[in-house]
Design a protein around this ligand. Structure first.
Ligand SMILES: *[C@@H]1O[C@H](CO)[C@@H](O)[C@H](O)[C@H]1NC(C)=O
Ligand SMILES: *[C@@H]1O[C@H](CO)[C@@H](O)[C@H](O)[C@H]1NC(C)=O
Ligand SMILES: *[C@@H]1O[C@H](CO)[C@@H](O)[C@H](O)[C@H]1NC(C)=O
Ligand SMILES: *[C@@H]1O[C@H](CO)[C@@H](O)[C@H](O)[C@H]1NC(C)=O
Ligand SMILES: *[C@@H]1O[C@H](CO)[C@@H](O)[C@H](O)[C@H]1NC(C)=O
Ligand SMILES: [Fe+2]
Length: 612
């Protein structure tokens, strides 16, 4: 795993190995493989990128043109995008199966084959690519390789290009604070607290603006649990700032701008954004909530990235942006970016969701791809986080948890109470999380907050996902064993999950039995919880088991998301929409009066006194 001595490659052209090296001794330089990368620079091969300066009007994303020529072209040739421009093209030995090709010591941000939309590249040796870059705190270079991604040979390196201000504050994401009238604004920049003071300038739309200070977080390579996050996938995360905008007036529109005050007195500003403050808990007004899991990210320019398997991600994102005026809050219940240890991808993800997350609260949950790593306290000892072991999710996004390491929290939104569970930590009786779940469910005031929603990443309820079918559990083993009593006792209306990349809805169910037939309209007293899998946010779809259960009512093998609409305290609508067209494919309503919630259901009430 450590030094293999020989350094085969000495890249000229102002390249310096391992520019992203940290200070803790785990340097990519110490892992150079001997055989693979060879230098194949030829004088006639060229690659150029333009324009040289991006974001001159303050844009945080821009399209660039990369032109290249190669005297000895092949269909295997590819172009890698590197940032910082100063990178290492040496090959680093694979440490575990969570590292993927190309196995370069500096992972490219993304890459594309030279013949992509250049049909005669292998004859003419000439091509050009249109690539979309986002501002991510450093400059860029583009490199032409031959030998495919398995055996990369560096052919030519481009000029360097850069955003006008690479450190600019970018990608704001809103989240509900710990109290209903507080909005957290989190963003990323290249400004440490030694260089500038971060703050948010904000106020009612059209009214006077005030400034609120922001806190700053970052982390080092030493915080990563393993490779690739700790080695080839590491990239400087910059600084993550959070400011809490307090004492908001329900439903009013606010504007805000991210700012940094440099110590010489100059200011750096972001563009200006708008959001609507959240409703007061119990407030009877139209409230619309979008919920999905497992969305991930993808490149609009068609480029390949590490962990490039979320083909539905852009459709979901575009569909939500299209309907944003009719959405009040979003829950992304785990498997957020699928960076899986290639840290640059968190910038790509926050850039992709920016139009949504800067406008409505973007509440996240933790999934296996955020948290799991062997020997790090995750309930599941797999390697799905690529060595991130939760640090990225816990820092890049704010959630109103007591301790963001333990990614469970409650949040109130008007007539809704949401209890968000962390399936990557134990939830069974006797655990800290079980106490939280019972507390969250039991403290909802159902007169004012009639709609009680349980959210989790892995399926703790019911799913006909193929792998759960093979296990014969139709859930995570031990998932609902003890939770079903809580759902029943506290009359949870709907439980939603991700993890299984499809859509499925059950009948109102308790102890694996339909308490009533599934339908499109439910009225009258609560009988049992409806379970919904909504893991089709974007990641490659998951098959259903061919086994048919009595409780599975609607199944869809496609990308989509759920929208809950609370019209008032007596009518709730759930709609399942496909990401491809935004149309409704499944729905149901719950209509009831307050006395219906007070009424007893199976196992939901203690006995009333017999004395008179
Ligand atoms: C590459 O980047 C590192 C770290 O910023 C710097 O120390 C080094 O001088 C750079 N090398 C070149 C050739 O620019
Ligand atoms: C060039 O690419 C085309 C399309 O992929 C392929 O059919 C053809 O065989 C290639 N020619 C050479 C010389 O590789
Ligand atoms: C303050 O520093 C920044 C960055 O170094 C510079 O662009 C700006 O012109 C300086 N402003 C003043 C007033 O000196
Ligand atoms: C609640 O909203 C539904 C749907 O808009 C409507 O039909 C119903 O009359 C409303 N109920 C009350 C009590 O306002
Ligand atoms: C995305 O939406 C378009 C337009 O509806 C559709 O043609 C395409 O198949 C969708 N992509 C995926 C991966 O579902
Ligand atoms: Fe998952």
């Amino acid at each position: 795993m450590r030094s293999h001595g020989l350094i085969l490659l000495a890249i000229v052209l102002a390249l310096y190995c391992c520019s992203t090296t940290g200070h803790n001794g785990e340097q990519p330089l110490s892992k150079i493989a001997i055989r693979k990368t060879t230098l194949a620079t030829t004088v006639a091969a060229r690659i150029r990128a333009s324009p040289l300066v991006l974001g001159l009007q303050g844009q945080t994303s821009e399209w660039v043109t990369v032109k290249f020529s190669h005297p000895n072209p092949s269909n295997d040739d590819w172009v890698g995008v590197f940032s910082p421009a100063n990178f290492s093209a040496t090959t680093c030995e694979k440490e575990n199966f969570r590292e993927y090709e190309p196995l370069l010591c500096t992972a490219p941000i993304k890459y594309q084959y030279a013949n992509y939309k250049n049909d005669d590249y292998n004859k003419t040796g000439r091509g050009s690519l249109k690539l979309q870059l986002i501002n991510q705190r450093a400059d860029f270079s583009f490199v032409l390789f031959s030998g495919g991604i398995s055996n990369p040979k560096l052919v030519a390196v481009s000029n360097t290009i850069s955003f006008a201000n690479p450190k600019a504050p970018v990608y704001p994401r809103l989240a509900q604070g710990k109290s209903w009238n507080e909005m957290a604004v989190t963003w990323t920049s290249g400004y440490s607290t030694e260089e500038a003071v971060p703050f948010v300038e904000w106020g009612e739309l059209g009214g006077p603006q005030i400034r609120s200070a922001a806190g700053t977080l970052t982390f080092s390579r030493a915080h990563m649990c393993d490779s690739p996050a700790r080695t080839v996938g590491w990239r400087d995360p910059g600084f993550i700032h959070t400011s809490f905008l307090k004492d908001l007036w329900p439903n009013l529109l606010y504007t805000y701008k991210l700012g940094h005050r440099l110590y010489n007195g100059s200011y750096i500003w972001s563009q200006s954004y708008t959001f609507r403050a959240s409703p007061y808990p119990g407030q009877d007004s139209l409230q619309r909530v979008v919920i999905f899991g497992d969305m991930g990210k993808a490149e609009a320019d068609g480029s390949n990235e590490y962990n490039n398997y979320q083909p539905g991600s852009l459709n979901t994102t575009y569909q939500l942006i299209k309907d944003l005026k009719n959405i009040d809050i979003v829950f992304h219940i785990g498997d957020l970016s699928y960076a899986n240890g290639y840290l640059s991808q968190w910038d790509q993800f926050t850039a992709q969701v920016e139009p949504i997350a800067s406008t409505v609260p973007y509440m996240v949950g933790s999934g296996n791809h955020e948290r799991d790593w062997p020997g790090t306290g995750s309930f599941y000892a797999n390697m799905d986080s690529g060595g991130e072991c939760g640090v990225l999710a816990e820092t890049m996004f704010y959630v109103p948890a007591e301790n963001r390491q333990k990614f469970w929290y409650k949040t109130d939104f008007g007539m809704f109470r949401f209890c968000i569970v962390d399936t990557e930590h134990d939830w069974r009786p006797g655990t800290e999380q079980y106490k939280f779940i019972e507390h969250c469910l039991s403290t909802a005031d159902r007169e004012k907050q009639p709609w009680l929603i349980f959210l989790a990443h892995r399926v703790l309820g019911y799913s006909s996902g193929e792998f759960y079918g093979i296990e014969g559990t139709f859930q995570e083993p031990m998932g609902r064993d003890s939770l079903q009593e809580l759902w029943q006792k506290y009359k949870v209306d709907i439980a939603l999950y991700g993890h299984v990349h499809n859509y499925e809805r059950t009948c109102p169910i308790y102890q694996s039995t339909c308490v009533r037939e599934a339908a499109h309209h439910y009225t009258g007293p609560f009988e049992a919880t409806t379970h919904v899998v909504v893991g089709g946010g974007g990641s490659s779809l998951a098959k259903f088991t061919p086994l048919r259960t009595r409780w599975s009512y609607y199944q869809d093998y496609d990308f989509g998301f759920v929208k809950l609409t609370a019209f008032n305290q007596s009518t709730l609508l759930l709609e399942y929409k496909k990401s491809r067209d935004g149309l409704v494919y499944d729905y149901f309503t719950i209509t009831r009066d307050y006395r219906d919630i007070l009424d007893c259901a199976v196992d939901s009430c203690s006995k009333t006194s017999m004395s008179s």
